[in-house]
Design a protein around this ligand. Sequence first.
Ligand code: ADP
Length: 159
Amino acid sequence: MRKIIYPGTFDPIHNGHIDIATRAAKLFDVLEFVVAINVEKEPLFTVEERLSLITDSTKHIKNIKVNQFTGLVVDYAKDSDSIAIIRGLRHVSDFEFEFQMAMMNFHLNPDIASLFMMPDEKYIHLNSTVVKDVVKNGGDISAFVPSCVNEALLSKYSV
Ligand code: ADP
């Protein structure tokens, strides 16, 4: 079975993430979203909330799994019998960080491939911070997030 993991913070998941996951899932038997537990970041949504929003937002993709992890992503990949890591690439600005991480991950475990996909151009400027900022300031983000995420954001900010 060919399995790939999609690691990230997903605070919260948005249509750019779903676009990458939908297309990457077609190339593998299983795509597993893995929510990174990073104690240094202060996310808006708890890990449980993020897992649940990912699960609800990806029901239409049959071969998706959802999990959480701490530690090194290559270790999680190996322990979960995955052969690759998928990451989204938006701008050239993403490239430098992703390149460094891919090189280090290759050093740590050359058996785990790092794969990159560009999103549909309508999501190229989208990130979770922008999504939160728009809702926080009373804007409509419904074109860029699944309805469950929109509702969760509205209730977090009590708009
Ligand atoms: P981070 O990895 O910085 O915690 P995220 O959790 O938001 O950020 O992102 C997880 C993965 O999804 C990363 O590979 C990131 O590049 C990708 N991603 C984020 N936003 C988009 C987008 N709009 N289109 C495509 N991929 C994206």
